[in-house]
Design a protein around this ligand. Structure first.
Ligand SMILES: Nc1ncnc2c1ncn2[C@@H]1O[C@H](COP(=O)(O)OP(=O)(O)O)[C@@H](O)[C@H]1O
Ligand SMILES: [Mg+2]
Length: 199
């Protein structure tokens, strides 16, 4: 922290009050995985399904954040660290405001994900959206793997930059074994269990 003389404010509203208004707790569903593993597809479908049953859910997606909050950052390791730090802080704010914040970022490094977990104690749920590199490369919905193989995209996760697999994620969704619908059903069940006011 660079700034001195910081005294955080104390809210006069409790988390429980916010949860009661929303009908559920807030938290972070942190989707991590290779490019084309299915993070955005599942995040947006999960958001749709939760809002349909009147849950307050909101997606933060890599490509959107990189157009705004992180438009000054690239993809070298230091910029990826900073991108995830910012997103983690924003997701923690959403979670404390009582929202179910669904994030869709490759977030390839353990240290970055662990730092977000530490910044949002008790609120962070790491969900590994898992698919083999070959499957992702075959899907290649945005043609990025082709470009990465041609050397047009430096530091591309899985090709020229590492993906550190989660060691003990709260949930693993294997998108090369299950249909999109089954993956989303599993995520909805997990969200309902996790953010329920009962239990
Ligand atoms: N079970 C599945 N879950 C998610 N996506 C899947 C699944 N099976 C196939 N796909 C396809 O894989 C692609 C994933 O792309 P995308 O969601 O943009 O990935 P990411 O955001 O992780 O880069 C989409 O074209 C999607 O239709
Ligand atoms: Mg995506």
């Amino acid at each position: 922290m660079k700034s001195a003389n910081i005294v955080p404010v104390q809210h006069l509203v409790t988390s429980e009050q916010r949860w009661r208004i929303n009908g559920h707790r807030g938290g972070i569903l942190w989707l991590t995985g290779l490019s084309a593993s299915g993070k955005s597809t599942l995040a947006l479908e999960l958001e749709r399904r939760l809002v349909l049953v009147e849950r307050r859910a909101y997606v933060l997606d890599g490509d959107s954040i990189r157009g705004g909050l992180s438009s000054d950052l690239g993809f070298c390791a230091a910029d990826r660290n900073e991108n995830i730090r910012r997103v983690g802080e924003v997701a923690a704010l959403f979670a404390r405001a009582g929202i179910i914040c669904i994030t869709a970022f490759i977030s390839p490094f353990h240290a970055d994900r662990d730092r977000v977990r530490a910044a949002a104690p008790g609120l962070f749920h790491e969900i590994w959206v898992k698919a083999d590199l070959e499957v992702c490369e075959r899907r290649d919905p945005k043609g990025l793997y082709v470009k990465a193989r041609d050397g047009e995209i430096p530091d591309f996760t899985g090709i020229s930059s590492p993906y550190e697999e989660p060691k003990s994620p709260e949930l693993i969704i294997e998108t090369n074994r299950m249909s999109i619908e089954d993956c989303v059903d599993r995520l909805v069940t997990y969200a309902e269990e996790t953010f329920s006011l009962r239990g």
